[in-house]
Design a protein around this ligand. Sequence first.
Ligand code: AVJ
Length: 323
Amino acid sequence: SAPEPVVQVLLDSDWASGSLVADVRRGLGSRPLRLPPKWLYDDEGSRLFDEITRLPEYYPTEAERSILAAYAADIVAACDATTVVELGSGTSDKTRLLLDAFAGAGALHRFVPVDVSEQTLRDAAVMLTERYPGTAVEAIVGDFTLHLGHLPEGQRRLVAFLGSTIGNLYLEERGAFLGALADSLDPGDWLLLGTDLVKDADRLVAAYDDAQGVTEAFVRNCLVVLNRELGADFDPGRFDYAPLWDPRTGRMDLRLRSSVPQTVTVPGADLVVEIAAGEEVQVEISTKFRRDQVARELGAAGFEVRETWTDPAGDFAVTLARL
Ligand code: AVJ
């Protein structure tokens, strides 16, 4: 019979427990109002995000895929890893380009996908076990900001953090994350980081304000999550979608703006929130980088950039760095 993937569960499968309540208390209990983007990815949110990646305006997914398709063999040749860890792995769709190259070179001894979504991860782990028969698949249901200390040891590791997910973090959070990642790795281990690059404002705004309104539905879904998980009484119709490109911070800020003064109760977080007309809830940021900035932030955490690949248009970068 086919080998079984190993799945280690470090997260409570009950979404309403623990960190959602803490995040909501912190984010909606102070100003500016804020919700961490992690909670956008329930089943419906994951479905909507998948739809986003196929929108004509949303270039990052295709750009990164084209980089991995063109340079996966170069990435394998440039590093000496035999364990690949993927943070925020989802379905590991694009990652298969990388894994195929590692497996083709006989260098894929172990693959460790890490994701908060248990079912997606279990399904992916079964699929990957079948696709890479010589590879031990050791999945971790966990949060990449909390569970870096649980990464398996014993082989040279490459940690892949793709999709510009790092752009969801604020500058200080990126510093803390990269520092914690460096702490959990050994000197000589590798990081493969996907980052979306600064570009024309019109293209950036279009990528987050698509004509079909899929991104708007994705951002609004966070209110539905809070209503379901914490018994909140958000009326999504009383908020307008307000995406904003800030060239000074290099950020797309995705916000919901209250169109009326309103009182929202969130029983599960023991919270009553008075929201003024025009007041915004910050739901997600998507940082856009310059190449020197990527190198600087990696360097500050102790990583040394070895090589950077971009797509022909220069929209997206994949950076290989060594600790
Ligand atoms: C998954 C964080 C890379 O920032 O582009 C896409 C999320 N949000 N459209 C991004 C997202 C709205 C996406 N990341």
